[in-house]
Design a binder for this molecule. Structure first.
Ligand SMILES: Cc1cc2nc3c(=O)[nH]c(=O)nc-3n(C[C@H](O)[C@H](O)[C@H](O)COP(=O)(O)OP(=O)(O)OC[C@H]3O[C@@H](n4cnc5c(N)ncnc54)[C@H](O)[C@@H]3O)c2cc1C
Length: 435
């Protein structure tokens, strides 16, 4: 495939938000290029090994359909997904198919390194490829880099971390283990309920994914003996499709701002140190893990929060928890405010009432002061609390899809983003806002 240097739409960053944006815009006939730093797709859903998909059902109403459901269906067909848990290989395989079916060009091994802006319009990006630097022109740009890279490179306004303290959520290096006797360890949880997190109900259906979080009594003892990381308070894992396998969202890397490469190096080193101690602890101390073994660690440390855009509207924690509705709704969600606390900061998980959901407004995808830049996924315009709810994969997919639809309509109608009639955007997204 020969790439050109001019497209209708350039999407930067191929995590679930960028993939969803590109698939939607491609399906509407736009000429789309998706740029990705890695030589593979998925961002946190793949390099970060993040699984499962967080919930997107309000009661029995599914809030996110569209590209997200196509990814899910594809992974189930491959045998790479059960319940809401999935393998990174299945995600990459399905996403590659969807992008090629919708005629999206992909530039792997490519970094956006600069943005040339005139009167709020991004005119072109500078990209670094294995062949050197080149310019890339487009009419519309979508920032799904997770780190709001296009926003920052274009010198559009952005925020980072807590509004008062600047603190960023903790980092986590995911890992997977095999050979776990899940039934045995589940039995142990039932006899030590006080050592497990309050949301656990200890009723297990082994045909479905199960989640276990705790072992605090055993951890306390191991910490006293100096063989468990101080930063980690509990072991959290979900079982994956194959029997005896678990995905561990357990390491807890604190005091690091992952937006610089030196800090990321430090995070990577700390993450691997923690994995070694935690797996050793599980083997030695935890019933059911006697024969368990480390299968793999994620390609990179998982990043929950870095830069996010200042947008025309910033979704707040109150919008989330009070289930706000907006006239310019483009997506919906029901996940609450989930902040993995930094050093000296308490973690939070504030949920919505059962069955409630909130709208995500189009304006939160419109990077402030820009004419042709939209943001989705982790780059979304929100306060720290709002961001802590909207960052999950189903919502990232829905906001990406909304960017793809809006940008494709702007191209089709030969108009600016702000002049695309909302009714037309709405019609493209009914499955995510009216179903
Ligand atoms: C530890 C952890 C646990 C989580 N748990 C869950 C969970 O259980 N369920 C859930 O649904 N969500 C969970 N999340 C949240 C969710 O995984 C992410 O917020 C979501 O996947 C982000 O998607 P995204 O597309 O916005 O960004 P990302 O997945 O971060 O993708 C951004 C992409 O942009 C690329 N990129 C960056 N800069 C450039 C550049 N300059 N040029 C080219 N490419 C670039 C990156 O390589 C990456 O591929 C978790 C997150 C973490 C970190």
């Amino acid at each position: 495939m020969q790439l050109t240097n001019e497209y209708d739409i350039v999407v930067a960053g191929a995590g679930i938000a960028g993939i969803s944006a590109a698939v939607k815009a491609g399906s509407m006939g736009a000429r789309v290029l998706l740029i990705e730093h890695y030589p593979f797709l998925g961002g946190m859903s793949s390099a970060g090994m993040v699984s499962p998909f967080m919930k997107s059902m309000a009661g029995d109403k599914e809030l996110v359909n569209g590209v997200y459901k196509e990814v899910e269906a594809g992974m189930r067909k491959l045998g790479g997904m059960i319940d809401n848990g999935f393998y990174a290989w299945a995600f990459r395989s399905v996403a590659n198919n969807l992008l090629s079916q919708n005629n999206v060009d992909i530039a792997y091994n490519t970094d956006v390194t600069d943005a040339f802006v005139e009167k709020g319009h991004i005119k072109y990006l500078t990209i670094a490829t294995p062949h050197g630097l080149s310019k890339l022109y487009a009419r519309q740009f979508i920032d799904t880099t997770g780190d709001a890279q296009l926003v920052a490179l274009g010198k559009f306004p952005w925020l980072k971390g807590d509004e008062k303290t600047g603190q960023l959520q903790a980092l986590t290096l995911f890992f997977r283990m095999g050979g776990i006797d899940v039934e045995k360890t589940a039995e142990y949880t039932k006899t030590h309920k006080e050592d497990f997190l309050p949301w656990m109900d200890f009723k297990y259906d082994f045909s479905k994914i199960i989640s276990i979080a705790g072992y605090t009594g055993l951890i306390e003892k191991a910490k006293k003996e100096g063989r468990f990381p101080d930063e980690v308070d509990y072991v959290f894992f979900t079982t994956l499709p194959s029997s005896g396998e678990g995905a561990f969202n357990t390491t807890n890397i604190l005091g690091i701002d992952p937006s610089t490469s030196s800090a990321l190096t430090q995070a990577e080193q700390k993450g691997h140190e923690q994995v070694a101690s935690i797996t050793d602890f599980l083997n030695r101390d935890v019933p059911g893990f006697e024969k368990a073994f480390l299968i793999d660690t994620a390609v990179q440390v998982g990043i929950r929060e870095t830069r996010r855009a200042k947008a025309q509207y910033m979704v707040t924690g109150d919008d989330i928890l009070q289930a706000a509705k907006f006239d310019d709704v483009i997506a919906r969600g029901c996940y609450g405010v989930d902040i993995h606390g930094q050093k000296g900061e308490k973690s939070r998980m504030d949920e919505l009432e059962e069955g409630a959901w909130y709208d995500v407004p189009l304006r939160s995808l419109r990077a402030k002061d820009s004419e042709n830049l939209m943001v989705a996924g982790r780059c979304i315009g929100a306060t720290r609390e709002g961001h802590a709810a909207l960052r999950i994969q189903p919502t990232a997919s829905a906001t990406g899809e909304a960017c793809g639809a809006t940008a494709a309509l702007a191209v089709k109608l030969n108009t600016s983003l702000d002049k695309v009639p909302y009714e037309k955007i709405r019609n493209e997204l009914l499955h995510n806002i009216d179903a």
